[in-house]
Design a binder for this molecule. Structure first.
Ligand code: SF4
Ligand code: SF4
Length: 380
């Protein structure tokens, strides 16, 4: 790895195969782990759209796994964490090695190719809590046994390991929006991208003998729409948009606001060194140490800010606009006070595309509805 590039998530320069180049704008996602219900609607929306063909059966470009015991493929992160060795942070600066800096002799990037069997159990560990629940136990607040749902897609990384691993130079990052794609004409199916991607989001297709990965729903994006996994999310936990340069974040850009200004949304395993562009609001019910390993040293502060979100109208605006429109929100505005005000989303041309209340109204419906002659069990 001969080049030195700056990785803002590590607050330092690091080794990478190619010189630093940043796209004009960068596709980015925010996932609020606290709101996910693991319904897997996102997973099936993605599958129906992109991977319903022969040889794609095992491909889940989007999956949702239960942490700490869920993995797809099996042990994708724990196996790599072990290979990577100690991952130390000094303050917010990463003092350990990335996958580009830790490889052993004969290997360019620290990685591994999962076995066929590792792809057999996409739902392993689903809904399993971190520790055994004692017989006769009941829920106390705070809730001690914990788990949470981790939504996973390709991160369209700033320093993609798949791209750096490819001996054919078949993988490229689009300069206009940072989407990472595999050129199917150039690919020869060597599977080096499968080995290199630490998130295991590049998949080999036996039918075509080539590798495939998430394409960030680029036909939709080019028409101003958010990705399938975002618009189909039942829990409204997702937001898609474009992130500005980390040195010049914009207050009115919801992604910049959540990632760079409030620092409430964090990358997954920043220590791998890829500068991934999917950002997670960490789960508030999980021990700090676990969050820190997954999301880096900013996780404790992110949880604190999220818990006090009601103190910042703009933060609430960015959060309530998640999942409210299928169109890409470029900028947001906020009006009125926290109890009766509104959040608005605007497109690239500055036209308003969505307006929602900052505080969702609570409607209490009658137990017995005379007009429809129905009795309701849930009345909220
Ligand atoms: S997550 Fe993996 S497949 Fe996606 S861009 Fe990063 S290295 Fe490549
Ligand atoms: S659709 Fe939304 S709520 Fe359902 S599993 Fe996917 S991310 Fe979670």
């Amino acid at each position: 790895m001969k080049e030195k590039v700056y990785n803002w998530q590590l607050r330092r320069k690091m080794a990478y195969k190619y010189p630093e180049t940043r796209p004009k704008k960068q596709v980015a996602w925010i996932f609020d782990t606290n709101k996910c219900i693991a319904c897997q609607t996102c997973t099936l929306a993605c599958k129906n759209a992109w991977t319903s063909g022969k040889g794609q059966e095992y491909m889940w470009w989007n999956n949702v796994e239960t942490k700490p015991w869920g993995f797809y493929p099996l042990g994708w992160d724990s196996r790599l964490l072990e290979k990577l060795g100690a991952q130390r942070w000094r303050g917010d600066r990463y003092a350990g090695k990335t996958i580009f800096e830790s490889s052993s002799y004969g290997e360019e990037i620290t990685g591994f190719v999962p076995e066929e069997d590792d792809y057999l159990y996409p739902n392993i560990g689903e809904d399993e809590v971190a520790q055994p629940v004692k017989k006769g136990g009941y829920i106390k607040i705070p809730h001690q046994p914990w788990m949470f749902y981790l939504q996973r897609i390709c991160n369209h990384c700033t320093y993609p390991a798949c791209l750096a691993s490819c001996p054919r130079k078949s993988i490229y990052k689009r300069p206009e929006d940072g989407i990472v794609l595999i050129d199917q004409k150039r690919c020869r199916g060597y599977q080096e991208c499968v080995r290199g991607c630490p998130y295991k989001k590049s998949f080999f297709r036996t039918e075509t003998k080539k590798s495939e990965k998430c394409i960030s729903c680029f036909p939709a994006i080019e028409d101003g729409f958010q990705t399938e996994c975002v618009v189909n999310c039942i829990g409204k936990i997702r937001l898609f948009g474009f992130k500005s340069d980390w040195r010049k974040p914009r207050e009115d850009n919801p992604i910049d606001y959540l990632v760079h200004i409030k620092k409430v949304a964090l990358p997954l395993y920043p220590q791998f060194g890829l500068e991934p562009n999917v950002y997670y609001i960490p789960p508030i019910n999980v021990p700090d140490a676990f969050n820190r390993q997954l999301f880096g040293p900013g996780s404790k502060n992110a949880v604190k800010i999220y818990r006090k979100a009601y103190e910042d109208k703009k933060l609430i605006a960015a959060l309530v606009l998640m999942g409210c429109t299928n169109k890409i929100i470029n900028t947001i505005g906020v009006s009125g006070d926290i109890n009766s005000g509104y959040a608005a989303g605007y497109n690239e041309a500055g036209s308003e595309i969505i307006r929602v209340p900052l505080k969702e109204p609570i409607v209490i419906r009658k137990k017995y509805d005379r007009d429809r002659n129905v009795a309701r069990i849930s009345v909220t």
